[in-house]
Design a protein around this ligand. Structure first.
Ligand SMILES: [Mn+2]
Length: 332
């Protein structure tokens, strides 16, 4: 299972050095690494939980290119299910060339049946909807009524859920609007799998279906600086399932080569004195790797020499973002 791969960023960038182009390549690298890891694990099927691409308005050719590695898996006999996310605006443009009997795209809410190693799976997929708190509990009801014994019932979403957390401060979502109330999901689901949240997490509580977010495969912003990026293998006991016992799968989280991030606030003296900048960089940016993604806030405008010193980080291969930080406490 993988999610939020955000492919296609920088597809129309003019130069190979552009930040968007390079960020775009980061996402491709992690996507390919995730699929290589998934195939090496000899899985029985692949689930992609949405935001395959990063925007809905990108050319058909980019979507086709994004689908190609999944189609490769299908050609080797692996079934693949793909759920459209918000970045696809709940639809994925598909051409005749992107079709394969083993590739299932949930263009609308529906149930997919897989028979893997003589185990039946009923997989309901609900593409991203805006008014999720109202819509999703209604849409999932149909499937709950038809629950069959000895069958694994999975629900695939690309939504926010109450109790899930995001960001460095661990903000916790409350139900309403775009956020589904976890309690409103049927406890009949053996497992709910959701994309959309970029932080990997598992929610479990008595009387509610467990919900698993694999998270994004690469960082999209500095809100994800402390997060381990990866994909998740779900390993069910075949013996237990064959004997009719529905158990929770063992989860194996595998890391991906996401770009290293560094974030800091420059002291005022650095902004005006290149020698101070030199000193500060050598003392503070020690865990920087050549190709780190560096975000520096500066309280004052940078003088040209200090800016040039920072430019060297870029020349060495780093992705550099500078932002003049507004400071209320500066008295004019
Ligand atoms: Mn996303």
């Amino acid at each position: 299972m993988l999610s939020d791969t955000h492919l296609g960023m920088g597809w129309n960038a003019r130069t190979a050095r552009s930040r968007l182009k390079r960020r775009g390549e980061d996402h491709w690298r992690c996507y390919r690494a995730a699929l290589a890891g998934i195939r090496a694990a000899k899985v029985d099927g692949i689930l992609h939980l949405g935001d395959l691409c990063y925007r809905s308005r990108i050319p058909q050719g980019v979507f086709s290119q994004a689908l190609e590695p999944l189609l490769d898996c299908c050609r080797e006999g692996l079934p693949v299910a793909l759920l459209p996310g918000n970045h696809e605006r709940s639809r994925i443009p598909q051409s005749l060339f992107d079709e394969d009997p083993l590739l299932h795209i949930f263009h609308r809410p529906g149930v997919l049946e897989w028979d893997l190693q003589q185990i039946s799976l009923k997989i309901m997929g609900i593409p991203f909807v805006r008014e999720a708190a109202v819509q999703v509990p209604l849409l999932q009801k149909d499937c709950r009524a038809r629950r069959e014994p000895g069958t694994l019932h999975l629900l695939l979403l690309h939504q926010l859920l109450s109790q899930s957390r995001v960001g460095p401060a661990g903000y916790r979502f409350r139900p309403g609007g775009e956020v589904i109330d976890w309690q409103a999901l049927s406890p009949g689901w053996d497992l709910v799998l959701s994309g959309h949240l970029h932080r990997a997490q598992l929610l479990s509580a008595e009387g509610r279906p467990p919900v698993l977010f694999p998270g994004s495969t690469e960082r999209t912003s500095f809100a994800e600086v402390d997060e381990q990026k990866g994909f998740c293998l779900l390993d069910w006991s075949i013996e237990a399932l064959r004997s009719g016992r529905i158990t929770q799968p063992e989860l194996h989280w595998l890391p991906l080569p996401a770009r290293h991030q560094v974030r800091a606030l420059l002291p005022e003296t650095c902004c005006r004195h290149p020698a101070e900048m030199e000193k500060w960089l050598s003392e503070n940016i020690h865990d920087v790797q050549e190709d780190s993604w560096i975000y520096l806030e500066h309280p004052l405008a940078l003088d040209p020499d200090s800016a040039a010193r920072l430019g060297k980080l870029e020349e060495a291969g780093a992705l550099l973002e500078l932002r003049l930080k507004a400071r209320e406490d500066i008295v004019p």
